[in-house]
Write a protein that binds this ligand. Sequence first.
Ligand code: E4P
Length: 220
Amino acid sequence: MKLFLDTANIDEIREINAWGVLGGVTTNPSLVAKEASDPGRVWKEILAEVDGPISLETTELEAGPMYDQGVRLAQMAPNAVVKVPMTPDGLAAGTRLVADGVRINVTLVFSPAQAILAAEIGADIVSPFLGRLDDVASDGMDVLRRICDLYEVQGYQTSVLAASLRHPMHVVEAALAGADIATMPYGVFKQLVKHPLTDIGLDKFLQDWKALQEELEKGA
Ligand code: E4P
């Protein structure tokens, strides 16, 4: 499973990218708005920083303008993936973009039925939002499992991207469910690496190492 960052913040992206595990980035209009800067500049920096796919979201609601916007976004860089919403217009615009050879990510997916539609138009990525389903007392992980199962049964090539992840166990469960990609906020990425026993173990190793050096210095 590839690990993506769900952010438009270049500092967060640079920090995690240095770990060598960053497969790509997802952005959305809310995340770009948080940067309070020119969206074109924000996207360009991210596209240049990370080798993998970078999802840039359309904001037009009607199929025609959404398609035009998608074409412009796709032209920004070879690693740009155009996000379209799971709406009738999103499907229509997405179908045209796919026909042009543009990679699309169908976003705001909350059910297996919607995921079938995304696969049928040849989307590169489908993004079920787990956390937002949990927020309304639904089982986001169950929806993800069903999407992964039905894609397997049908032999769909669309990658399943587990989105709206809120904590490390969401990431682990998404991997077990068979998701191809998990996208998560910076905070969750940082939590993935943390374990108190790692910190305690490292402290002890370093203390013992220091004690040895002191012994050796005394003996010298
Ligand atoms: C995915 O591409 C979305 O940007 C994202 O995962 C939404 O997550 P949220 O529910 O935490 O806003």
